[in-house]
Design a protein around this ligand. Sequence first.
Ligand code: NI
Length: 282
Amino acid sequence: MIDSHCHLADEQFAADLGAVVERARAAGVDGALCILDALNDDEARRADGVAAAWPNAAFAIGIHPHQAGAVEDAAGGLEGVDPSVRRLLDARAGTCAVGEIGLDYHYDFAPPRTQIEVFRRQIALARELALPIVVHTREADADTVDAIRAEGGGDVQGVFHCFTGDAAFARQALDLGFHVSFSGIVTFRNAAAIREAAAIVPADRLLVETDAPYLSPVPFRGRRNEPARVAQVVDKLSAVRGVDRDDVIEATRRSYGRLFGGRAVRSMPRERRVDARRATVV
Ligand code: NI
């Protein structure tokens, strides 16, 4: 199993990272995409520990919509978005995506126009570097799709992470050519619409994730989440889709490899990494 989205460099894992990785391995989780906040230097330092503890972890780096206001207020302003994310992508081995980026109108941390600007600049960067994007969207479906269409121009691949939309929105994501990733939310009792969406996503666009340390699946709700619990997401998708657990594992592993390049591209310099990623998109 691959956990396609977790925050392993979060301070909540600082004390027992080794044990967390060990439990993931024991549960059959043999890879993860670790999301890093481009504005968090402490997290960047802890990410070195993640890379050491789990060589199969890859990294995505981006400015989260919650941070859009902070960027606008910083010295470089919005002009600083591209150079700061670009510098971090270049500096870390194993980076394979720009994310998580997107729009969040539920929390009012920055006005929509600022969030859209920060999002679009990072889509443009991903397009230039031929990297996929990891998209966070909440109560902003139409603007999110518009931004990807306008700035991505059909060239940018990516995933709607921690999908919480219905089947109709899943179809919009698929129409963009995007993948759809389900988290522990799919196990929640009141998530019938999300399970309907999970039933219609084709196997070759399907991903699973934990979003750890957040969003523990049933029966661990309310406790710190960790990559080992992507197993509960796999189990639920297997039930919802009426297929074997192994089929879900195989399909999501392939999707992950196609979208992010997988392990093979981890340690390559960027130029070759991009070529290799293209070469593996079959
Ligand atoms: Ni996340």
